[in-house]
Ligand binder design. Structure first.
Ligand code: PGA
Length: 255
């Protein structure tokens, strides 16, 4: 049975005090979670040990990171390795976010190396894909996303797929207030599941969680999460306020 997941991607927001308060407020909001309905919190690197300590008493809330580097160790000033994340008790790492692809020029080959290092170090990967507006306008989104999955993941053996979650994040919906409609999300998620099934078989496809990201908020989360192939969300802006984030978590736990 695949998990439902709401993952918070704080991006480059919140200092240590603000982050600790947010996690505290989420804890006090008593989100209804189970083994199959979980939350992941991915703060900036500097928060990880603090946030990890806060999460110790919170059942089914897992620590995530927003990135890791594509080499195992060495002279890469300013970078953080997958092994370091593991040693900080991080469980999930986001790889391939469109902001990394665009602003930091992370290409498919680099992302595939990151995926390999994350998995080799025992991390679970939230692999992001999603098309820019011009591709959507040309109605080429299915082929575009498929090529991202092939380039980033399809070198993996089938056994590795248990540690992969996919996040579909149309770039035109990220931080823009313009959410994909639930029909657009469902169509793409079903396509991603078909693509996974063709490569890895129907069981793997059925067991892989596929999250939606892009201006997800309490007012649209329930409709998005009601779609049969939408297994939760990767949340940016709305993850920075406890009440909004808890509203989205509630939509997932009621779905
Ligand atoms: P958003 O970001 O919720 O602010 O649109 C989502 C993301 O980039 O993960």
């Amino acid at each position: 049975m695949r998990k439902k997941i709401v993952a918070a991607n704080w991006k480059m927001n919140l200092d240590l005090t603000e982050g600790a308060e947010l996690v505290n407020d989420i804890f006090n909001g008593s989100p209804q979670l189970t083994e199959h309905k979980i939350v992941v919190i991915a703060p900036p690197f500097i928060h990880l040990t603090h946030t990890g300590a806060q999460l110790v008493g919170m059942n089914h809330v897992h620590l995530g990171a927003q990135n890791c580097y594509s080499e195992a160790s060495g002279a890469y000033t300013g970078e953080i390795s997958a092994a370091m994340l593991k040693s900080a008790e991080v469980e999930y790492v986001i790889i391939g976010h469109s902001e990394r692809r665009e602003y930091f020029h992370e290409d498919d080959a680099m992302l595939a190396k990151k995926v390999n290092l994350a998995l080799a170090n025992g991390l679970k990967v939230i692999f992001c894909c999603g098309e820019p507006l011009a591709i959507r306008d040309a109605n080429d989104q299915n082929a575009y996303v498929e090529s991202q999955l092939i380039a980033g993941l399809f070198h993996l053996p089938v056994t590795a797929l248990t540690d992969i979650t996919i996040a579909y994040e149309p770039i035109w919906a990220i931080g823009t207030g313009r959410t994909a409609t639930s029909a657009q999300a469902q169509d793409m998620h079903a396509h991603i599941r078909t693509v996974l099934g063709n490569k890895y078989g129907d069981t793997v496809a059925a067991d892989t969680s596929i999250l939606y990201g892009g201006s997800c908020k309490p007012s649209n989360a329930a409709e998005l999460f009601a779609c049969p192939d939408v297994d939760g969300g990767l949340i940016g802006g709305a993850s920075l306020k406890a009440a909004e984030f808890l509203g989205i978590v509630a939509a997932m736990s009621n779905a």
